[in-house]
Design a protein around this ligand. Sequence first.
Ligand SMILES: Nc1ncnc2c1ncn2[C@@H]1O[C@H](COP(=O)(O)OP(=O)(O)O)[C@@H](O)[C@H]1O
Ligand SMILES: O=C(CO)[C@@H](O)[C@@H](O)COP(=O)(O)O
Length: 548
Amino acid sequence: MKNQYVIGVDYGTDSVRSVLIDTSNGKEISQSVFYYPRWKAGKYCIPAKNQFRQHPLDYLEGLESTIKDCLAKAPSVNPSSVKGISVDTTGSTPVAVDKTGTPLALTAGFEENPNAMFVLWKDHTSVNEAAEINQVSRTWGGIDYTQFEGGIYSSEWFWAKILHITREDESIATSAYSWMEHCDWIPAVLIGSDDVDAVKRSRCAAGHKAMWHESWGGLPSEEYLGKFDSRLAALRSRLFEDTYTADVSMGNLCQAWADKLGLTTDTIISVGTFDAHAGAVGVEIESATLVKVMGTSTCDMMVAPFDEIGDKLVRGICGQVDGSIIPGMLGLEAGQSAFGDLLAWFKNLTMWSVQNADIAPEIKQQIEDSIIVSLSKAASAIPISEKNVVALDWVNGRRTPDANQALKGAIIGLGMGSDAPAIFRAMVEAICFGSKAIVDRFKNEGVDIKQIVGMGGVAKKSDFVMQTLADVLDMPVKIATSEQAPALGAAMYAAVAAGIHPDVNTAVSAMGNGFDKTYFPIAENVALYAKLYQKYEALGAFVESQTV
Ligand SMILES: Nc1ncnc2c1ncn2[C@@H]1O[C@H](COP(=O)(O)OP(=O)(O)O)[C@@H](O)[C@H]1O
Ligand SMILES: O=C(CO)[C@@H](O)[C@@H](O)COP(=O)(O)O
């Protein structure tokens, strides 16, 4: 185990980071981050339409740059001692591909077509298709294929996105041989696959987002898919039947990428997975622990032994999938479509006149960089009160409980004295109330939660948000030490796939980085938030009743 290393590659919304890890103790040897250039320039996206697309070249350039940089920063690590690479990505982030598994945007004639690119998780252009999937699933007379995905299908997911693009863009409908998740495509590239039918697809992606379940033989039936579009039914046989957990090897690094990266073809590439699931492993998830991955959005992750959940279907979450987090256990996922993103939205709102003023770009940047921190400081000084402004966190729709991406945010209780910190405070409370709705749903559905573990950008950066969360949930919130938990979790999977550790639990024990801080609820605040939460619930019910 000594002197054996693995690389975890974590594709987030804005950037990809690779981390070189020592498999004996989980110590980070080096890391490197790459911001997607086309994405940063706003290309292929139309925020007003909720269209968010990413070009495959952003991903490939980031893969090469970050891995090479990691190795360059660790001259003492012999390339032949890099035993495995594992990749996690956002999801559901699918792309139309040809028979070789090449995204259509990398083929002639499709280079600038957003429909030929990855449809990022937060793209909500398929709200209508998701609604149609839900309606048909409940009424068509056959199996309800949404049952293991919380009973409600989301526009953030695989089939809704494929259906939308198939209908909208004839050129994609006719040229797409198959579709792949981002987390399946990168490992396939690394092993040099040129046959999409042979790619080992991620259990995590398939089970949580593509209605894949062993009990009905994999993906939903052609008959069901044909209710939406005959082209969807025809696609089924060109997708996949089997799925694999992230501790399984997909193959060896191919010669071309070994040469490009300066590694050897002995390096094992694991089956891909989602960032939140890898992150949960990276922070040592165990039964009765809710891991909250708090960044742009949240993913709220749990694992449970099969016999504990049995036949129970947890309503309104993003799915319960065999082995999606820890092989041999059920993985459960819920989440909020906007968490840090709500604060970022408010930051952008307050920045409008600065952005449009004749001010030097570096000054604009300085102001922008300081806004959330200064608002947090001022907002945390405002006493909690039932008279405060109340907001909803649904600016990007509601992921769970009970997905409804058509829902919008709202703010009530504004007066002449409602300044920016007062509204920012309501935003922070709103994202914490959204978290409480999820915790309550798990508990009401009989899933025990004994502790909360926080990780991700917001967990690391904001004492204010974390203390509010502990108070609203009335539970201690323990913050994981690792700055790069998804990449660390991916590294743990890689260490198993490469045969260094026998299973994920052993890898977690050897490579876990522990915890560095716990926020405890303050009794007085807990009582006040309990009252404010009722207002949040009432506002939510009203907004939902007014949403068509
Ligand atoms: N000081 C802060 N307090 C609270 N939230 C913050 C702070 N700084 C940044 N954020 C939020 O963190 C989010 C980014 O989190 P991060 O985990 O880095 O990203 P990602 O979700 O893409 O992995 C942004 O939405 C941003 O609004
Ligand atoms: O939904 C999932 C996973 O199921 C995430 O990939 C998605 O929320 C994006 O997460 P990040 O905001 O990049 O942490």
